[in-house]
Design a protein. Structure first.
Lengths: 229, 229
DNA sequence: GTCTATAGTGCGATAGAC
DNA sequence: GTCTATCGCACTATAGAC
């Protein structure tokens, strides 16, 4: 699976995400026509992510957002009830997407070796496609209220659990030799995170997602493969 | 070297850092008596780091800072010229400290193997001692003005260069087999970063800095050691 | 050296015209 | 469905009393 194939298969477009949000958030969104609402939502989210990733969500004022979207303050408030809610919607959507795509891509019947590659590749591709979204989620978690923060923590641990399970399966199949699956999953995750957190560095060095992906897979396999087999 | 030994050797106390700042920032700091100034600076920085790490620097108002330090708004402004400058001072100090301690600890004449262990251990210990400071630096970089941001980037690349050099030395000494030193240094750094960025996770799992350190060293060595020797 | 009081700005949010 | 106008509030920063 290449990156381009992934993009098509995953069908994760901003438009699709916004359509989903439109149907779920009928309480906050006062607009009735889907076409109008989705078009503006795409604009609002894209702009909000752009501005927030430049200077932080708190620093971005709704006047900034208004200016950059071309929508008035009043119009913006037809799409969310408060600035706080805008933050929550973005966060929530990102979390659900990760979970959905990750578990969808991994074939439960494949070997631990295959699963590991797929999980790493899928995670990197996903964060590549929605890199603004992930960077935002990562940086703004602490600005959420307690209840929403807890959800973020659970999301993070759930993703990690996927890797822990794969590593344990690898031990059983004698393909891997992993003494500490929890810490191993933890450092794997840190490498995956680096791709979207320190994206500027990889752009600077002209490293593509596939290069990074192949490197990470090789690196991890060298570290954990069972030398006795 | 254990963590406790490091703490004493490094002599990095909040008080010492603040004394240094006091002598350098005579322009902004209007207080003349060292004893008074240092005492209040320790208070201000500790509180600022605490509040910022909970909810972000921008969200922390100077009224918050005033309330939590017990100092009035007027008094605070005797220690820095603007909120922006407070941010810069904290950032700058953290960067310089990293550089100083890292290069001081590594013996230029030791083997690549020893150097790698020392660099990893020192980095982890340092970020453990000053974990609030590093978390702050990491999270607030994008709120700096362009010129300061550039310094941050340079600092990051400089730290990475230390690891790149060690890995290349290891190749020459035939202790390591590292095909891509840049990407390898990059993922090593991401693991080290995880210790202070996702600190809550390791606290939750009751993993000590020494446990994490030993694990990371083993993991990296498994991945890069020269199998032909 | 530290305080209180306040100037001046820009914010989030909303009401009501179109 | 979108706009403009505006309210009330909290912010950074400073001036001047003590």
């Amino acid at each position: 699976m290449t990156f381009d194939e992934f993009k098509q298969m995953a069908m994760v477009s901003m438009t699709e995400i916004c359509r989903e949000i439109f149907h779920e958030k009928q309480t906050s969104i006062k607009i009735k026509k889907e076409a109008v609402a989705v078009k503006n939502l795409v604009n609002i989210f894209n702009t909000a992510l752009k501005l927030s990733n430049e200077k932080g969500f708190q620093t971005m004022s709704l006047r900034d957002l208004s200016r950059n979207t071309g929508l008035s303050m009043g119009a913006l408030y037809s799409y969310f009830a408060s600035k706080e809610e805008l933050l929550e919607i973005i966060q929530d959507q990102g979390r659900r997407l990760t979970r959905k795509i990750l578990t969808r891509q991994i074939d439960p019947n494949s070997s631990s070796d295959e699963k590991l590659c797929t999980a790493i590749r899928t995670h990197l591709y996903l964060t590549e496609v929605l890199h603004k979204w992930f960077y935002f989620s990562f940086m703004e978690t602490k600005n959420l209220e307690k209840k929403q923060q807890k959800k973020s923590v659970e999301g993070e641990l759930a993703t990690e659990q996927i890797f822990i399970d794969i590593l344990k399966q690898g031990n059983r199949e004698k393909l891997f030799h992993v003494e500490n699956p929890i810490l191993t999953a933890s450092v794997i995750k840190s490498m995956l995170q680096d791709w979207y957190v320190k994206r500027w560095k990889y752009t600077l060095r002209q490293i593509t997602v596939d290069e990074y992906c192949n490197f990470v897979i090789d690196f991890i396999k060298s570290a954990i493969k069972n030398k006795e087999s």
